[in-house]
Design a protein around this ligand. Structure first.
Ligand SMILES: Nc1ncnc2c1ncn2[C@@H]1O[C@H](COP(=O)(O)OP(=O)(O)OP(=O)(O)O)[C@@H](O)[C@H]1O
Ligand SMILES: [Mg+2]
Length: 505
């Protein structure tokens, strides 16, 4: 007898259909073979399934059992298939009524005593089940909330093998899970714009960065508020659209961070990995490639504090995703692609001691130390940072208590309006924001008035603007004009844009 149970495997962000097919026949009595899983996972899955069945009062048929997980060329993670393997054996050996798993997807890890354990990647699998119009998805109870994010899909939570078998035999009703409201992976907005005193230029630059999705670098002495400013960025970003939220939630699901959440996020992600983090954890990778911090920051903010302290592998590894909007991970089993469209906010001190150019404290670094420190950031990386600005320490006079400062919500309204204009202008193109515009697109979408053109010609001559620098100034000027609700770029927008060209450290 043979039987098939539907399951799912992951290829980057997308889930693909996997069939757990079991065949029970005569031959080597008691042999149990699994094909289609990587070596180590096979023996582990075999032992887990064998023990889980035994400890649930069920038995492996004393015949030759062959399991095939198809297609063979798809990346498969061992534990996800324990449950479909166990159920397909029970189906093939007549221990489950035939047809009870027709049009049902199933995934989950089993512990030796037959309990289910949560796995990663349930949300993309549930999206696939819905797309295929399947009847239901069986997932470990710990993943049930996550599967319920998909509207209109029936979720059967499984606490253990015995319980789900009882349900499939028609002896019990599907478990219902209590739906907790608003349990999401929402990052908390920790700093409101109104908490930041002074720093008007920096706040304006952050507003431009948020409005046009322009990467930004802040350079300033210790305590000048760089980290605080970066933490204020999520509060001024527009909310996530429904399709973006599902995309973000899928990445968190694959990384195994979604357990317990039953809503997609509504606030954009904010990730701030430490500078000692490895390239694999930031760009993505590992023995079972998992999305890195740059993908966890997809559609949100990646904050890299103390930028030159990150390893060379990380800094160089950022260049390609910053250009293409996705991370490519090469493996022996093939190439994996995870989306990685994020707003990069970076911060650094001007020198190793931090006080170079400070108006209050003397810098103790030699010119060689300073040069070495700055050399860690390569030209091609700096080229991808549209806004570069120097932050000075806030003056005591700026701590004028009693003065009401503009809140994040007020700034966000301007950002939303600027985004709306970009959306209209760029409709039908592959671009979402001004920050994404390529030189060719800049020529098409960044129209400049007569006086603006004259200023730009002057800047090219006098400031020795490179071709890259030229396009960067234009991209930024387009966002500045959008914030002012102006259809054409004028001299005033270009003049402001030119200010953010270099951090004059
Ligand atoms: N403009 C400001 N308004 C209000 N508080 C501020 C401001 N600037 C700094 N602070 C206060 O100073 C503290 C230190 O700032 P923060 O950690 O952001 O500095 P930093 O530039 O990141 O320093 P470092 O280089 O040491 O990391 C903040 O937690 C905040 O309380
Ligand atoms: Mg800091």
């Amino acid at each position: 007898m043979s039987a098939k149970v539907l399951s799912a495997g992951l290829s980057g962000l997308a889930a693909e259909l996997v069939e757990a097919e079991s065949d029970i026949g005569s031959g080597d009595i008691g042999s149990f073979i699994i094909v289609g899983l990587p070596d180590a996972s096979i023996s582990e899955a075999k032992e887990r399934v064998r023990s889980a069945l035994r400890n649930s009062g069920l038995s492996l048929p004393k015949l030759k059992i062959t399991i095939n997980l198809a297609p063979a060329d798809l990346r498969k993670q061992g534990p996800n298939y324990d449950l479909p393997i166990a159920l397909s054996i029970l189906l093939a050996s007549g221990q489950l009524p035939s047809g009870c798993l027709r049009q049902v997807m199933c995934l989950g890890e089993l512990s030796l005593d037959g309990q289910t354990r949560p796995v990663s990647g349930v949300l993309p699998a549930a999206c696939l089940a819905k797309e295929l119009g399947l009847r239901a998805i069986i997932v470990p109870a710990g993943n049930a909330a996550e599967a319920q994010i998909v509207d209109g899909l029936t979720v059967w939570p499984a606490t253990d093998l015995k319980q789900i078998i009882g349900q499939l035999r028609g002896l019990s009703q599907p478990l219902t899970i209590k739906r907790l409201d608003n349990n999401s992976i929402e990052p908390a907005v920790v700093v409101d714009f109104s908490h930041v005193c002074g720093q008007e230029t920096a706040k304006r630059a952050l507003e431009i960065a948020a409005a046009g999705n322009h990467n930004l670098l802040m350079i300033g002495p210790p305590g000048s508020g760089k980290t605080m400013l970066a933490k204020a960025v999520p509060g001024i970003l527009t909310g996530l659209a429904a399709d973006e939220a599902i995309e973000v939630a899928k990445i968190y699901s694959i990384a195994g961070y979604l357990k317990g959440a039953n809503q997609p996020p509504s606030i954009r992600p904010f990730r701030s990995p430490h500078h000692s983090a490895s390239a694999a954890s930031i760009i993505g990778g590992g023995s079972w490639p998992s999305p890195g911090e740059i993908s966890l920051a997809h559609r949100g903010v990646l904050f890299l504090d103390e930028l030159p302290e990150f390893s060379r592998a990380v800094l160089e590894g950022l260049r390609q995703p910053l250009e293409d909007g996705f991370a490519t991970i090469n493996r022996t089993i093939g190439q994996l692609i995870f989306p990685a469209q994020f707003l990069l906010i970076a911060a650094m001190n001007p020198c190793p001691c931090g006080f170079f150019g400070d108006n209050r404290q003397v810098c103790r670094c030699s010119s060689r130390q300073i040069a070495n420190y700055r050399r860690k950031l390569s030209g091609p990386l700096l080229d991808r940072l549209d806004l570069q600005l120097t932050i000075q320490r806030v003056r005591p006079a700026d701590f004028s208590y009693g003065v009401k400062l503009e809140s994040s919500a007020e700034v966000r309204r301007r950002v939303e309006s600027a985004r709306q204009q970009q959306k209209q202008r760029l409709a039908g193109t592959k671009f979402l924001t001004n920050g994404d515009l390529t030189p060719l697109a800049i020529k098409q979408f960044c129209l400049i008035d007569r006086y603006g053109q004259a200023l730009l010609r002057q800047a090219v001559d006098q400031l020795n603007l490179s071709a890259r620098g030229y396009f960067r100034v234009l991209r930024l000027a387009r966002t500045i004009a959008d914030l002012a609700n102006e259809p054409t770029i004028a001299k005033i927008h270009l003049a402001e844009s030119l200010q953010y060209r270099f951090a004059n450290y």
